[in-house]
Ligand binder design. Structure first.
Ligand SMILES: [Zn+2]
Length: 202
């Protein structure tokens, strides 16, 4: 496999991202949609190669950036596939009802949907920004508004406490994380690890 080949392996993604993606895929399948993971991790070499297309290499432009969250192991491209005239066919259509359902479920699990971008929307693209590639914990120092909202919502349900779901990870959120950790007899370090995230979104 060359450095510019496509990678579809979920296990190449950030460990926290994997948990959220697998949970979302479970739910997508449960509503009867057949999801196709088109791409996960992308090497910088591949990103540069894609950027060259339509610029220094022949073909149409396929990307507008050399900086992608795919290279940070926190992005996935996902489309529905359906049997059309006897052939399993990937659906590349932002207006498709199954595409919209995928966007709704992925958003619920903390992914920012490229479909919602006002400039250059990218409907198969889902990402978790501002989280480092190999990080194994979400915390006030390693999160973004979408992830924080998911964690706050789950903490409200699991702690049965009226935490404001505002996407801002301040002391109240850290305290709520610690309350949840103490219930599990774990050290209250104010961080959501891979194991805790699994328990939160279970
Ligand atoms: Zn993408």
């Amino acid at each position: 496999m060359s450095n510019t080949d496509v990678c579809r392996d979920i296990k190449e993604l950030n460990p926290l991202c994997q948990i959220l993606l697998n949970k979302a895929l479970e739910e997508i399948k449960a509503v009867g949609i057949n999801p196709l993971v088109v791409e996960t991790y992308r090497s910088q070499e591949r990103q540069n190669h894609l950027y060259s297309q339509g610029r220094t290499l022949p073909g149409n432009k396929v990307t507008w950036t050399q900086i992608s969250i795919h290279t940070k192991r926190n992005a996935v491209d996902l489309v529905p596939q359906r049997n059309i005239n006897g052939r399993m066919t990937a659906i590349w259509n932002a207006k498709d009802s199954e595409t919209k359902k995928i966007i709704q479920i992925m958003t619920k699990y903390g992914f920012e949907a490229g479909a919602n971008w006002t400039t250059s929307p990218d409907s198969p693209h889902f990402q978790i920004k501002r989280v480092s590639a190999f990080s194994k914990t979400y915390s006030s120092a390693n999160t973004n508004v979408y992830i924080t909202k998911v964690i706050q919502k789950e903490l409200n349900e699991k702690n049965n406490a009226g935490l404001m779901v505002d996407g801002q990870w301040g002391d109240n959120t850290t305290n709520a994380v610690n309350k949840f950790l103490r219930k599990l007899d774990l050290e209250d370090a104010g961080k959501v690890s891979v194991e805790i995230l699994k328990k939160l979104i279970a």
